[in-house]
Design a protein around this ligand. Structure first.
Ligand code: DGJ
Length: 297
């Protein structure tokens, strides 16, 4: 798969899984993301729902349909006039549920909430439950992850994007628990991603420039709610200052190698935005993400 381009599914159609995430469940990979197949007008696409694709090898992706659909009902939070972005699906070992957390917003991004939907199996259908602001604070461009001990966290751009807010979730992963940490105050970071390597937590993010690319930065902490230290731009190669014209979406590991997923936004036709899966090389506090032309697992 050629990095930076919009990949095709097994039917030869463009993969609609932008701002997405990949989980491995029972040996199958599931890729969830924003379905942006509707037409783009003035830099926005009506909310259409979140798609799921499945794969055994991360190379060929089968379209499993829209697993959380928009609701054509005036006043419903999932109505097409609203925004649904960056779905992250967590499997909860205690409850056996698949929990989808996503950025729910109004078209002008003033609603700034986390939406929650639940399913009994990875292909859904996901049932919409509720939305909230973590600890009452704004949440945009969120990310969520499960730690090795089963604790889960949601990471948000809060306070008009100036602060990165990390909140521990409750046991069912459907609400915050009350424990939190504010990081990178005044730094205006978004498109959050966290991965864990050798017991340390690595955070990756972009600056806030809409659909336009900017520099990625990484940060490290010894705990999710610990003291995060910002380091540097991990990207290397042509256009490294612009994150190769991409923006962070998620991370996954495959054959003991960590990868970061990027979206290459095309604001004039968001449904044709491209993807990259790039290797992340970590040596303690040194992190490098080199541009690679192909993702060839
Ligand atoms: C950048 C965010 O990362 C995207 O998810 C989206 O919200 C755009 N901004 C909208 O301009």
């Amino acid at each position: 798969m050629k990095n930076g381009t919009c990949w095709l599914d097994t039917d030869g159609e463009r993969i609609q899984a932008h701002g997405g995430c990949i989980i491995n469940h029972g040996g199958v990979y599931y890729w969830y993301g924003e379905n942006k197949a509707l037409s783009t007008r003035k830099g926005r696409v009506d909310f259409n729902g979140f798609s799921c694709y499945s794969s055994g090898d991360l190379n060929s992706w089968k379209n499993e349909g829209i697993v959380l659909k928009a609701v054509n009902e005036c006043g419903h939070e999932l109505n097409p006039g609203n925004v649904g972005e960056r779905p992250k699906v967590l499997f909860n070992r205690k409850t056996g549920k698949f929990v989808m957390l996503f950025h729910l917003d109004a078209a002008d991004y003033s609603y700034a909430r986390v939406g929650v939907a639940l399913a009994d199996n990875p292909l859904g259908p996901f049932v919409y439950e509720t939305s909230w602001r973590p600890l009452g604070r704004e949440s945009r461009d969120m990310f969520a992850f499960v730690d090795d001990d089963g604790s889960a966290y949601v990471v948000s751009s809060a306070d008009m994007n100036s602060t990165t807010l990390i909140c521990k979730l409750n046991d069912s992963y459907t609400a915050v628990s009350g424990e939190s940490k504010a990081a990178f105050t005044g730094q205006f970071r978004e498109a959050h991603v966290i991965l864990k390597e050798k017991g340390k937590y690595y955070h990756f993010s972009s600056g806030c420039t809409g659909w336009k690319p900017n520099s990625m930065l990484y940060a490290i902490s010894s705990l999710p709610l610990g003291d995060w230290k910002l380091y540097d731009n991990p990207c290397s190669g042509k256009d490294y200052r612009k994150t190769f014209y991409g923006q962070t979406a998620n991370a996954f590991s495959f054959k003991e190698q960590q990868y970061i997923m990027l979206d290459h936004w095309k604001p004039e036709d968001l449904g044709s935005s491209g993807y990259s899966f790039l290797p992340v090389y970590i040596d303690d506090d040194y992190v490098e993400i080199p541009w690679t032309e192909e993702f060839d697992p």
